[in-house]
Ligand binder design. Sequence first.
Ligand code: GLU
Length: 446
Amino acid sequence: MNPYAAEVFTQLKNRIPWETEFLQAVEEVFISISPVLEQNPKFKSERILERIVEPERTIMFRVPWIDDRNQINVNRGFRVQFNSTLGPYKGGLRFHPSVTLGALKFLGFEQIFKNSLTGLQMGGGKGGSDFNCRGRSDMEIMRFCQSFMTELANYIGPDIDVPAGDIGVGGREIGYLYGQYKRLTHNWNGTLTGKGQEWGGSLLRPEATGYGVTYFTAEVLKRFGHDFHGKTVAMSGFGNVAWGVVQKVTELGGRVVTLSGPDGFIHDADGIVGDKVEYMLDMRLGGRDEVKMYAEKFGVPFYPGKRPWDVPCDIALPCAIQNELGLNDAKNLLKNGCKFVIEGANMPSTKEAVDFLQASKVVFAPGKAANAGGVAVSGLEMAQNHSGQKWTSEVVDEKLHAIMFNIHKICVESSEKYGHNDDYVAGANIGGFTRVAEGMIDQGVC
Ligand code: GLU
């Protein structure tokens, strides 16, 4: 690591040693951009690193709500408005018991560079709550969303901060959140993306992250002389991202053979196709947060408590949650013939796993590049809302494809420029960072 980056990283580690995921994300970026810092002393004299690791604003609030048994519950709500250099804060809301301030700082930090890579006008932010939707009724979820938005509405707006979905927040939750936002602000202005098709949502937004991951993977495969035809894909997750991935990978000739949840994973050697894809939506809305029901319904093996990384595959797409793929998983993947690991979730691989895969010549691409298609189509939803238009799915798909193609190109060119060659991590971080850092300098000390 470059000495200036090392100095800032040490200060950060001493100040917030408990924010381990945030520190992990910062360390990765700082290592990648070290050659850029060496060639551009202005980033040090402008103190860009000290500024970029500090959120512009962090909002923390109480979320009280009443459950179906008339009991009062209290959760914690957050919004981290990390960086607005490139546009209004933009990023999802995560409702999951693992949500803490540190987790959202890691996600918001990643989002800055991801959004930068899309080339659109979006700053970086993230928010959410430690609310667990498992087993909650529709009405409980609605009351929770309304209470959450009652506070959040004070801090967001179409040119200020535009939240969207993430883990635990899909179309249903966005609907409840948006309804409450309108009620409080008397304003239909599109704040929130991932809205319903009849009330301002963009076509293809629900599929966009998974489609984008697949388009990005197709570019990586092409670069190394391959395509999806006949390839076996091991994938984790069964939510927003995974659903789009299974559809597009199948369309491009590949076969996705696994799904996973907190309960374990299923292995469907025939591939997840046809009705089985629709069933993934039922599983999510069923509120059980588990994949065992897929195995029961379709008669395939279920492995309780396990992750799908020891299944033979050509390509692995971790699409569940941070740090779900560790060193031993990486070793198993290599042993079983996996040649490509492309992240569909945000930072699903541990640092040890990434180091091992890269040293073993497995092609690895980070989430901030590969999964940017979701936020990219959110950006397209904002553009449609601002102009009062609704684009066809062909138009949205073409733009999404072009954005993913371009992100891949930025990664390749940025890594080659600094002598990193096939390193997509370096390429994504350098490409994402440079645009933001230059903008921060242009905008003065603010
Ligand atoms: N939560 C998604 C992400 O991690 C999408 C964010 C958005 O659409 O604003 O990028």
